[in-house]
Every structure is written in C-alpha cells, then in structure tokens.
Design a protein around this ligand. Structure first.
Ligand SMILES: NC(=O)c1ccc[n+]([C@@H]2O[C@H](COP(=O)([O-])OP(=O)(O)OC[C@H]3O[C@@H](n4cnc5c(N)ncnc54)[C@H](O)[C@@H]3O)[C@@H](O)[C@H]2O)c1
Length: 265
C-alpha cells in the first residue's frame, strides 16, 4: 500500500494564509504532515488551518510577522511545542513592494523587501537548525521567483531579494548537508493569485495578457507550486540539495527567445 509522502513531518509554513502558502499547507496536511500555518493575518492562517482540520488533517494557526525577529524564533518553538518536533520549514511570506527604479523606490520599501523576503528566511532557518539537527535531518524550502534569475524592469527590490534568497539557500545546503538537512528553493513563474493578477484588473485579463509569456500558454496554479513543495519536502527529492526548482511554465526558456526575436526584428 502506498504511504503518504509526508507522514511524520512537522512543517512551519510562513505566509501560510496566502494563496501559494495555503495550497502548500493544505497539500502537506493531505500528505500526512502536521502544519503550523503562520501568517501576519491570523484570520487567513485560521481559514487554512480550519480547512485542514475539517479534512481531518493536523494544523495550528498562528499570527506571525516575519519582519519581527522574535516572531521568527517563537514560531519555530510554537511548531515544536504543538507537534513535538520540526522537520520542514517553508518560507513563503513576501512583502508587496511598489514598482519603481532605484530613484523612485524609497529606502523604506527597499528595507521592507529585504527584511520580509530575505532576512526572515535567515532567521527562521537559524532557529530551525538545532531542531532539525536533533531529528537527524530536515528540509528547508525557500519560495523564490523566476524573477530572481533575470534583470527585471522597475522591480529591483523584489528581484534582488529573490536572487539573494536562492543564494542563501545554496549556503544553507553547503553548511548543513552533514547534518542531513537539505535546502532548496522553489521558483514559481507567474501564478494565478491575487498578488500577481490584481494589477491586470481581473484574473481573466491577467491570463490573456501574461499567459502567452509562458511556453505552456497560461499562468501557473498555486496547487502546482504545492506539488513541487511536497516533492522538495519528501524523500522523493532525497538526492537534491542546494538547487532551485523552477516551476515557471517555460517562462525563462521562452523569455530568452522573445528577447532575441525583438533584437532581430
Ligand atoms: N504569485 C506569483 O505569481 C508568484 C511568482 C513568483 C513567486 N511568488 C512568491 O510566492 C510567495 C507567495 O505568493 P502568493 O501569490 O501566494 O502571495 P500571497 O500574497 O497570497 O501570500 C503571501 C502571504 O504572506 C503573508 N505575509 C506578508 N507579509 C508578511 C509578514 N511580514 N509576516 C508574515 N506573513 C506575511 C500575507 O499575509 C500572505 O498571506 C511569495 O514569496 C511570492 O514572492 C509568487
């Protein structure tokens, strides 16, 4: 009989009340994990944890502002207190940063992006490591972005923090492989969530305008990111660490060709 992929896992999911974080938390629970769903919005975290409990899974909701260092430490301890250990850390929370080049962007926006998108993952990892080491290993999954791998017009804060998150992940992998702790990033393409579609007016319009920028002709779905996160958290990826799992519908592969086409024409 097939066993569940994440049976025995205990996961902390930051930004777990959001669309991708919520999909990851729900899917982790379906695969047998116990999940601490942490979000700056307790109401959103409770909604996700409630869904999981109604489906007979194990979840606890927690208010957490990843920009507050004490919250990063306490949320790790809360997962251990609730479920006895911590095997899996998924850093999903990200700030919404206004678009603008370096002249237009305020220092406050830049610093907020760094704090929420990058420093928080440093802090949660810092506090998770002793628990994971005590278990004989674990898996860290940092949600980066395809935009962390290219220069992005008027989004220096977001894309720089995501590039740095991919690099932080590699460093975690190097430093902690001997403890059996794997660290990988997951880079989504444009996903059909409010965050990436709201500027287009509607999700339909976002699909129409942004879908064709992907080889597969559409935006990705949060559930498709959750499937990747399950893979990274489970033993199915036991020989993978320090890597970036690019789930972008062919966006980066296609983007190069589009750029070339515009130079040729
Ligand atoms: N949607 C996309 O197209 C896309 C593409 C690439 C990468 N990503 C990344 O995926 C992740 C999730 O994106 P999403 O579309 O689900 O967005 P979302 O806004 O639905 O989810 C983000 C969650 O983080 C929470 N959050 C924000 N600030 C926080 C803080 N300081 N402390 C704790 N929680 C906080 C929000 O309340 C929200 O629930 C982000 O890291 C984002 O950068 C998204």
């Amino acid at each position: 009989m097939k066993s569940l992929a994440l049976e025995g896992c205990v996961a902390l999911v930051t930004g777990g009340g959001g669309e991708i974080g919520g999909a990851i938390a729900r899917r982790f629970a379906m695969e047998g994990a116990s999940v601490l769903v942490a979000d700056i919005s307790l109401a959103k975290a409770q909604l996700v944890a409630g869904d999981i409990e109604r489906a007979c899974g194990r979840a606890v909701a927690r208010a957490m502002d990843v920009a507050v260092p004490e919250d990063c430490a306490e949320s790790v301890e809360a997962a251990v207190a609730a479920f006895g250990k911590l095997t899996t850390l998924v850093n999903v929370a990200a700030a919404v940063t206004p678009n603008g080049n370096v002249e237009e962007l305020s220092l406050e926006d830049w610093t907020k992006a760094l704090t929420v998108n990058l420093t928080a993952s440093f802090l949660t990892a810092k506090h998770a490591m002793p628990h994971m080491r005590a278990n004989g290993g674990g898996s860290i999954i940092n949600i980066a972005s395809q935009l962390g791998q290219i220069g992005v017009m008027r989004r220096p804060a977001y894309s720089t923090t995501k590039a740095a998150l991919i690099q932080l992940t590699k460093c975690l992998a190097v430093d902690y492989a001997r403890d059996g702790i794997r660290a990988n990033s997951l880079s989504p393409g444009s996903i059909n969530t409010e965050r990436s579609t709201s500027s287009w007016g509607s999700r339909e319009e976002a699909q129409r305008m942004r879908g064709p920028a992907h080889l597969l002709g559409r935006l990705g779905e949060a559930d498709e990111m959750a499937a990747g996160a399950v893979f990274l958290a489970s033993d199915e990826s036991s020989f993978m660490t320090g890597a970036d799992l690019l789930l972008d519908g062919g966006y980066l592969a296609f983007k190069g060709e589009m750029a070339l086409a515009s130079v040729r024409s």
